[in-house]
Ligand binder design. Structure first.
Ligand code: MEV
Length: 437
């Protein structure tokens, strides 16, 4: 093990790698080779990636795949997806194709409000705090006029500020709950700047507020930060058709529809299933979010909190079977941006936006929700019919073959053989071993 290092970030890339490989690797030439293999020969492009984060030593590739044939509100899309899991893009493509001749996906943005809070300590009289807020609210709004000038020009900006007495949940805890419309920006920088400006205004104004001076009890700013929980920035996507159109190879449409409805009911009944059910949905959502340069951690955090909004972690999708019409839909909070952040920097994000015909944030919310719904439909379709492993292992076959360094000829024989045979890791290994023997 190595000794701690100070000033690591100030070393050059070569020096960082030198330090890393001499301290943590026995075979340091091998480690250096792997890192270098992934450097981009285009110096400018490499520099761009180096500068995204601190201490970059190489690039970490993930595949960018395309799921075509998504009919969304009567427009046809090919959706870009960045993901390592072998069956996800295939599943999305299958679901898109399945719904293509059944009316496709219908979407609707329900609301686009973002929010953030200034968290305060105040141990005095609540009436004083309420009076203070009444007096300073116009000053708070005025204090961000410069910060939100451009946002306002485009039609967005601060929507409201409320004082929330949260002393029931935590002694002395008050919040300035602020809501914003950030249009095509995810808005984190804008919101955080507004909140920090509010915090400064509060601190300054509190010093001269009479009731606080008399009681010698002043509000204290703990922190100011946007909330990634965005239950007022929500989108819905749905699919619907007559059960007769749902018929599967060995299953009547009516039975298939009942099974889908039941599978979703099970995800609503138990978090054990809901977590896996929603994980499948996030396979689609995260993949499009990554391809479009958005923050998948923020979306993950928001989505899972939303899945628990009624007191128990539950399904993000819903289904109904009424008068032989099957309907399945998703409702998710998605605070996304199509301007700012990585969106204008990463050339592949530019490619994804071109492919999606330059969506605005609302359109992107809809397409991401569609990807989530498609993924869930595809997963449930497999689960209630053939089981998940058949399709999954078919897609995973190439990973197993690559894992044992199969040659092109071996791969071709294996693909041919496993078209008609059960695939498992050990089946594939023994098939290749036999070939080699
Ligand atoms: C695998 O990545 C996702 C699934 O487990 C989702 C599900 O069970 O619904 C197939």
């Amino acid at each position: 093990m190595s000794n701690p290092i100070s000033g690591f970030s100030k070393l050059s890339k070569a020096q960082k790698i030198e330090w890393l490989t001499t301290n943590y690797f026995k075979e340091n030439t091998q480690a250096i080779k792997v890192l270098q293999k992934y450097w981009n020969p285009d110096i400018e492009l490499q520099k761009l990636h180096d500068d995204f984060i601190e201490n970059t030593v190489s690039n970490y590739y993930l595949p960018l795949g395309i799921a075509p044939n998504f009919l969304v509100n009567n427009d046809l899309y090919a959706i870009p997806m960045v993901i390592e899991e072998s069956s996800v893009v295939a599943a999305a493509s299958n679901a898109a194709k399945f719904w293509l001749d059944k009316g496709g996906f219908t979407t609707q943005v329900i609301s686009t409000i973002k929010n953030g809070q200034v968290h305060l300590n105040f141990y005095g009289d609540t009436a004083d705090m309420t009076a203070f807020f009444g007096v300073i609210k116009p000053k708070l709004i005025a204090s961000i006029s410069q910060v939100e000038k451009n946002m306002k020009k485009r039609g967005g900006g601060l929507l409201d500020i409320q004082l929330i007495d949260s002393t029931d949940s935590l002694d002395g805890f008050y919040q300035l709950h602020c809501t914003f419309e950030t249009l095509d920006a995810m808005g984190a920088n804008y919101i955080n700047t507004c909140l920090e400006t509010f915090a400064k205004t509060i601190e300054k104004e509190a010093k001269t507020f009479k009731a606080f001076i008399v009681s010698q009890t002043f509000p204290e700013v703990v922190m100011s930060i946007l909330s990634n929980y965005t239950p007022e920035c929500v989108v819905r996507a749905s699919v619907s058709c007559h059960v007769d159109l749902l018929a599967q190879k060995d299953m009547e449409g009516q039975i298939f529809a009942q099974k889908l409805v039941r599978a979703i009911a099970i995800a609503k009944a138990t978090p054990r299933r809901a977590v896996t059910h929603n994980k499948g949905i996030m396979n689609g959502i995260d993949a499009v979010i990554l391809a479009t340069g958005n923050d998948f951690r923020a979306v993950e955090a928001a989505v899972h909190a939303y899945a628990s909004k009624d007191g128990q972690y539950s399904s993000l999708t819903h289904a109904r079977l009424e008068n032989d019409i099957f309907t399945m839909w998703i409702e998710v909070p998605l605070a996304l941006g199509t301007v700012g952040g990585l969106t204008s920097l990463h050339p592949l994000v530019g490619f994804s936006f071109d492919l999606l015909q330059q969506p605005n944030a609302k359109k992107l919310m809809q397409l991401v929700a569609v990807a989530g719904l498609a993924q869930n439909f595809a997963a449930l379709r497999s689960l209630v019919t053939t089981g998940i492993q058949k399709g999954h292992m078919k897609m995973h076959l190439m990973n197993i073959l690559n894992g044992i360094q199969a040659t092109d000829t071996e791969k071709a024989s294996a693909i041919n053989h496993f078209k008609a045979n059960h695939i498992s890791h050990s089946d594939v290994i023994s098939f290749i071993e036999k070939l080699r023997a």
